[in-house]
Design a binder for this molecule. Structure first.
Ligand code: NAP
Length: 301
């Protein structure tokens, strides 16, 4: 069997075309959706990621606002920027580009973002919402994977899903989202013993470990759907995922390429969340029901 390709680039392009129409409808009602991006320091990778997000905003008609702070900016500076965006009605989504410099408490920063504008879905409120099944903003990468899976026409209910990787931004929310869809979910991580014993049972295998070549054909069930979230740069400059694409493609029924699979979907879902936020805020404001909702930071100790 040679797997069919799940084309993230094509799905992204289709979604972005729809987004332009949604933006047009918002603009007709006097609303320009706006995304604010806060970047601290001069990490070249972060610069590229922020650039891609700004470009996607431009492509879809979303206004973007950047705040670039110096690497030695204090946590108070970052929090002040967030508070300003929290109360600005022109801003519907706020994201803080990670990683942050070590002297800044990431949790405190993420919890300062209004849950109404938490388009990355990293605030505890939205994370908690994933557990009970009513999050406002699903985190972008797992949300993108969910849409990619839908393009295969497979109902995940009752399927064995194995998620390799248990990070807060990919593996754990991915597992929770598919549990909500009634899949039987196993989460594996670096301490999992005999990884292959788990992956071989997967009808749907989702890999987000950041380890090139981690998944080889012997670890994959015949006919499985394989989603490769990994992005790894090899010493020769090539970008590869975590899955031996050429080998596994001969066993799987569907597979995502790297690049061109999950990657383009992450930024696209950020735009989706920003539009959702703008539509939601507009609807709530019309009904006098919009609250500037900021949960207090949770302090350790
Ligand atoms: P992360 O925070 O480093 O987490 C990696 C996870 O993989 C951890 O849970 C780790 O286990 C687990 N892991 C590491 N080695 C493993 C092994 N040999 N066997 C099983 N599990 C293993 O990384 P992340 O942020 O989730 O990202 C994962 C990958 O996805 C990276 O390549 C990243 O670049 C990529 N990514 C892509 C997108 C996209 O848009 N396509 C978005 C985000 C991330 P422990 O918890 O035990 O340490």
């Amino acid at each position: 069997m040679t797997a069919r390709i799940i084309d993230g680039k094509a799905l992204s392009a289709r979604l972005r075309a729809e987004f332009r129409q949604r933006v047009g409808r918002l603009v007709d009602q006097g609303v320009i959706p706006g995304l604010a991006v806060i970047r601290v320091g001069d990490d070249p990778a972060s610069r590229i990621y922020v650039g891609n997000k700004v470009k996607a905003c431009e492509e879809c008609g979303v206004a973007s606002f950047q705040q670039a702070l110096a690497a030695d900016a204090s946590e108070a500076d970052v929090l002040a920027g967030i508070r300003q965006f929290n109360t600005d009605p022109a801003i519907h989504g706020i994201l803080v580009q990670l990683p942050l410099p070590g002297h800044i408490d990431v949790r405190r920063v993420l919890e300062a973002i209004s849950v109404n504008k938490d388009v990355d879905g990293f605030h505890l409120y939205n994370v908690g919402g994933l557990v009970v099944g009513n999050t406002i903003f699903p985190p972008c990468t797992p949300y993108g994977v969910q849409l990619l899976l839908e393009t295969t026409g497979t109902d995940v209910a009752g399927k064995n899903v194995v998620v390799v990787g248990a990070s807060n931004i990919v593996g754990k929310p991915m597992a929770l989202m598919l549990l909500q869809k009634e899949a039987t979910v196993t989460i594996c991580h670096a301490k999992t013993q005999n990884l292959a014993q788990h992956t071989i049972l997967a009808d749907i295998l989702i890999v987000a470990a950041g380890k090139p070549g981690l998944i080889v054909p012997q670890m994959v069930k015949e006919g499985a759907i394989v989603i490769d979230v990994g992005i790894n740069r090899l010493p020769d400059g090539r970008i590869v995922g975590d899955v031996d694409f050429a080998g596994v493609r001969e066993k799987a029924s569907w597979i995502t390429p790297v690049p061109g699979g999950v990657g383009p979907m992450t930024v696209t879902m950020l735009i989706e969340n920003t539009l959702r936020s703008a539509e939601r805020a507009h609807h709530l404001r019309k009904n006098n029901d919009y609250q500037d909702w900021e949960t207090p930071s949770i302090k350790a100790g």
